[in-house]
Design a protein around this ligand. Structure first.
Ligand SMILES: [Zn+2]
Length: 215
């Protein structure tokens, strides 16, 4: 039987990497076999807090979780879904200063992998559909990222279907997320079992390309 911590990680993974405590409790009730102890919710909460360096209860036994909206917000995420994206912003320079003041701000992009996204990454052997890059990790596995071309959730409400997903290297993923590049169907490496629908490419080019305000 799996341990509590294994099940909490699995539960958050099933919830696409982040969720409120109440959703996590609900998911864990599906995952954990009966009987559920009376202190079920408290055990899960303790597992999360003791495995999060964001919490004072952190025990340094593995920093698996982060507090999505700050402590007390009750929303927790899997730390390995986070991708650190430092952004340099040139602040207004007061007169009389020679050196430009530079503020470093860190933002996080949350990488959500649906089951479908995972399957497509395998189908493409983790090769970027734009440049062919295939990143090999130390453990012999390969790394790629799946991007929903019309993004999931508000305000885009793109669907989680294969026709709306493209497999990318991290560089091209950032470029698409931030609208830095346009998509051209003829330049995307296709796979016989995976066709991207033109309507989502059009959406990217019309609504996202050059329109993401990242600051
Ligand atoms: Zn690429």
């Amino acid at each position: 039987m799996s341990t509590w911590i294994e099940d909490v990680i699995k539960g958050l993974d099933d919830l696409n990497g982040s969720a409120s405590l109440s959703d996590i409790y609900k998911k864990l009730r599906e995952i954990r076999q009966l009987p559920h102890p009376k202190s079920f919710d408290a055990i899960i909460r303790r597992e999360i807090e003791s495995h999060s360096s964001d919490s004072e209860a952190y025990t340094r036994k593995g920093d698996y979780f982060y507090s999505v909206e700050g402590l007390g917000g009750g929303v927790w995420g899997l730390r390995n879904y986070l991708k650190n994206t430092p952004i340099a912003i040139d602040a207004d320079i007061p007169l009389g200063f020679d050196e430009p003041a530079r503020i470093h701000q860190e933002t996080y992009r949350i990488l959500r992998d649906t089951n479908l996204a995972r399957k497509l990454k395998l189908l493409h052997q983790n090769k970027c559909q734009l440049c062919g890059t295939q990143i090999e990790l130390q453990n012999g596995k390969y790394y790629s990222e799946a991007h929903h071309i019309t993004p999931l959730g508000n305000p885009h409400d793109g669907p989680d279907i294969a026709k709306n997903i493209i497999v990318l290297c991290p560089n091209h993923h950032v470029m698409l997320d931030y609208g830095a590049i346009k998509l051209d169907q003829s330049l995307i490496t296709a796979h016989p079992k995976h066709t991207i629908d033109t309507q989502y490419i059009t959406y990217h080019n019309d609504r996202i390309w050059g329109k993401v305000d990242n600051q």
